[in-house]
Design a protein around this ligand. Structure first.
Ligand code: PLP
Length: 416
């Protein structure tokens, strides 16, 4: 891709081009942050209107049954399942990733202890998204049974770190900062061979790259709906448990939504059969209802086509930044190998924060992650090749003119 005309030609030939019209996009903005917060599907506003104006206002309490509110966590889970290689009855949409990590990691540690009481190690990466590590640390404190969190500094160290003391291998499939993607099948196999369980975080994978939880033989997974699935800010996350574990395990947030018969109002907790036991309490229905608008767009394509375009976009972006912004101290952080790349691209720059603020001021929205990392997300449902071209030209201009040095770009906001 050497000219803007070439980018426009690629857009004309793009089989996904039509899906862009399903989203409410600001024409003044090139949005390269769908890996952090997806854009609104057009259908979301109408859905919100219907939930508030009809189901809530007219249906009132009857809507728990009549509008299907009560069934929503399971029904949306089934709709999401094909995107991550899961089956029906294996996913609930609920809570946040942090809370779901707590529930699933607790369940996994109990299952591991039932098999072999001596296994006390949770293996993960220091570079994992912090909340996953924080939750593990909090759970270890709470259990107070001598569990430890063993963190590796490089993915290559994982096979050696997984041993006969390992209870659970807890990894994020695509790293939030670098965009590095693990081989889920290979690592799950290594975990199982060592007698450990595998818990995967799909925050930067669901809707971005093909995932085959069943094929990989994974045990547990969590993921997000507000990133690549375009569910809306703070939309509920999801939890997946392999079918063969579901009835054998329990989780500590044993709230009434996970009870076998919530409206029996029994004084004693009895877990639901299947994935239902991973629910806890009443869900944010207005927000959850919007998740469906995001999932419906994926019904018009398949994740293979999304991946194909994602790699084409990220390849072009890397190539253009390296050729057109050469000599400006940008270093590629994301792997070049397709098999190790998710759907975002990160470059390090000594003044990454200021450069990103300058880009945002010019309408090119990516984000910044410590230390020094400029992060650009590519979301094939609505990102065009011409957006890649224009974003790189804006970056080139900012670097060449050093306009990022303007004092206002150095002021830190609370969300970067
Ligand atoms: C975005 C993200 C989260 C967010 O967790 P919440 O509890 O939903 O806020 C967690 N883990 C990873 C890997 C993420 O990328």
């Amino acid at each position: 891709m050497k000219t803007r005309e070439e980018a426009l030609a690629l857009d004309r030939d793009d089989p996904l081009a039509d899906l862009r019209s399903r989203f409410a996009l600001n024409p003044q903005v090139i949005y390269l942050d769908g890996n952090s917060l997806g854009v609104p599907p057009l259908a979301a506003a109408a859905r919100a209107q219907a939930v508030i104006g009809e189901e809530w206002a007219d249906g009132l309490i009857r809507s728990w049954n009549a509008a299907g509110w009560y069934a929503l966590p399971r029904r949306l889970g089934d709709k999401l399942a094909p995107l991550v290689g899961a089956g029906a009855g294996e996913i609930v949409v609920t809570d946040t990733i942090s809370i779901n990590v707590f529930k699933l990691l607790s369940a996994a540690l109990r299952l591991a202890a039932a098999r072999d009481g001596k296994r006390r190690v949770i293996v993960s990466e220091r570079a994992n998204f912090p909340t996953d590590l924080y939750i593990a640390q909090g759970l270890i404190d709470q259990l107070d049974r001598g569990h430890v969190l063993r963190l590796v500094d490089d993915p290559a160290e994982l096979p050696e770190a997984i041993d006969d003391q390992t209870a659970v291998v807890m990894l994020t499939h695509v790293n939030y900062r670098t965009g590095y993607m693990h081989d889920m099948t290979a690592l799950t196999k290594i975990a199982h061979r060592a007698g450990a369980l595998a818990l995967w975080d799909l925050a930067h994978s669901a809707g971005a790259v093909p995932v085959d939880l069943r094929g990989a033989g994974a045990d547990f997974a969590v993921g997000c709906t507000y990133k690549y699935l375009n569910g809306g800010p703070g939309a509920p996350a999801f939890a997946w448990v392999a079918k063969h574990h579901q009835d054998a395990i329990s989780q500590p947030l044993s709230g009434w939504w996970g009870h076998r018969a919530p409206f029996a109002m029994d004084a004693v907790y009895a877990p639901d059969q299947g994935i239902g036991r991973f629910l806890c309490g009443t869900q944010p229905i207005v927000s959850m209802a919007l998740v469906e608008a995001g999932l419906d767009v994926f019904l018009e394509t398949d994740i293979g086509a999304v991946r194909h375009k994602s790699l084409a976009l990220t390849d072009r972006f890397i190539e253009l930044v390296e050729s057109r912004c050469a000599g400006h101290a940008l270093t590629l952080v994301t792997p070049r190998a397709h098999a190790q790349r998710g759907s975002h691209v990160s470059f390090a720059h000594p003044h990454g924060y200021e450069v990103m603020q300058a880009l945002i001021a010019r309408g090119v929205i990516g984000d910044y992650r410590e230390p020094h990392v400029l992060r650009f997300g590519f979301t094939p449902l609505y990102t065009r090749f011409v957006d890649v071209w224009d974003a790189v030209e804006t970056l080139r201009d900012i670097l060449a003119n050093e306009s990022w040095r303007a004092p206002e770009f150095a002021a830190r906001h609370s969300v970067t």
